[in-house]
Design a protein around this ligand. Sequence first.
Ligand code: K7E
Ligand code: CUA
Ligand code: CA
Length: 644
Amino acid sequence: MSADNNNPKNDSPLDLDRRKFLNTAAVAGVAGTLLTVGGLAGCKKEGTSTTGGVAASATAGSSHEVAPGELDSYYGFWSGGHMGDVRVLGLPSGREIHRIPVFNPDALVGWGITNESKAIMGTNSDGSLKYHVADTHHVHGSYKDGTYDGKYAWVNDKINCRIARMRLDVMDCDKITEIPNIQGFHGIFPDKRDPVDQAINYTTRVFCGSEFHAPLPNDGHDMDDLTKYRALFTCVDAETMDVRWQVLIDGNCDLVATSYDGKLAATNQYNTEGGVKYVDMMNAEKDACLFFNIARIEQAVKDGKFKTYGKSKVPVVDGTLESNKDPKTALVASVPVPKNPHGVNASPEGKYFICAGKLSPTGTIIDLSLVLKWFDGELKSIDEAIVAEVELGLGPLHTAFDGRGNAFTTLFLDSQVVKWNLENAIKFYKGDKNAKYVVDRIDVQYQPGHLNASMSETKDADGKWLAVGCKFSKDRFLPAGPLHPENEQLIDISGEKMVMVSEHPVRPEPHDFIIVKRDIIKPRQVYNLDEFPNAVKDPAECGVFRQGNKVTVKITSMAPAFYLSDFKVKVGDEVTIILTNLDKVEDLTHGFAIEKYNINFIVNPQETKSVTFKADKPGMYWCYCSHFCHALHLEMRSRMLVEA
Ligand code: K7E
Ligand code: CUA
Ligand code: CA
């Protein structure tokens, strides 16, 4: 199919060559393109943008500038990549307000140092942290009635297959679950409604895709037998964070999306081949987008139609193609899409899922009502659920929405964002060659991965701002050595044309993010003492409590003093310090650092934390407040006296 009338860039000989190259590419050629994309932007002709470039635009559109003393109108929740945290930004300014430590230790708050954080992160039997690295990709918020409710957000760790939940009222991680039987845990998405009881109109499940297939069970046997390599789709309970069930599938999972009626979850598959080398993963002309029938899967679990693997007790139902040929009983539908697709995204009016082509220059629109009809046995072929497959540009990855019928898709190889109209794309695909579906294109710097628009994947998508996570910054910032930052760019999408308004460097690499209207998030300014079972509510409760060589020291803080002002333990004791900050004043955080004992953490107003360590060095050690709190902050100290 040709979409030349929709491609204002087709006069560029370079682009034509690249397009042809991609369409007819030999397997190794495509891989070569992907492996050298870092160099592609450099040889791209300047000024090919049809949108007038970046510089002229700063004054156009609605203002992205937030004056000193003014507040942003949106929260951004940004995945922290290798740092294993989640960053909280204000938008449109792009100012970083907060980091929520999640998977990796954080020296400011004492995440990975305090007992409470270690219990969430997971420890070995000797109390040491189980993991020290993470790779977060996707952040998503909890839903109510098709829009964010501001209660929770979730983020994945691809390296150690963990999913974490954050409470957005205090912006803390409160639960981490390690998913069994899988590797390469990549896409996540919360559901938006219960598939059966539609009165449950809020998130109760989070779906997780495993990108890498691995031996099942992975017990050191049959590691060269690729038929034993399997991938699973996982459902986690949003409240308990327990793993509810898994689905055994053919091929792999990648990104995940969910429907507004709660009935379907989807994952795109680029490795239907089951290859272990990249060339093997590109053999098939078509891969797929899988749709999971949530109600049927949960009925199968109820009916006991599942297996378990290895040490895991999680029920695993059979979602393989062989076992799901009859639509009327199938748990899974497999919609063929062009080879090696990437993102899958649900449009805000609730009708479509968009699957981006990656190796194919196309976007595929899948109609959810038709997928449901297939499950009812009313379609001749699942292919009928595809209502459009149109050319967008080179390397389409992820799609966002403006709530006015337009989609925005990143073009990794073209270093562009393309704005396209869904209904026109459907008309064009049906044969109306006058339906102009490409609305606009804009150059971004460079090679974009994820993008997201304000409130994009909710029914309240408002079409104001579009953030783009560019994987290469190249020449955009002062050179700071071989490691370059990523480039986060902000585009005003309130008008017909996209307008680039700002950019800022960011530490690699966020991948994904969401942009939430500020009035949805209701953060508290102080904690509640009663939320901490070990709180020291009154200085009168402070003291040193000994049981054998286990010593508990209860301390309170109130600016500018710790009470106790000193405490005695014996060398060899196992010491637990419990510290409650009794200050109630907003923004009055204290730190507690112990010289030479490798301990530092903070306590926010009305918060309690504890640390446990061995008093292995005799002597006097200052315990000082490490967080500026008061004119007498430097004087705010206690003494730990370790008797020889
Ligand atoms: Cu495209 Cu991990 Cu969402 Cu990165 S994935 S860009
Ligand atoms: Cu308390 Cu500084
Ligand atoms: Ca493939």
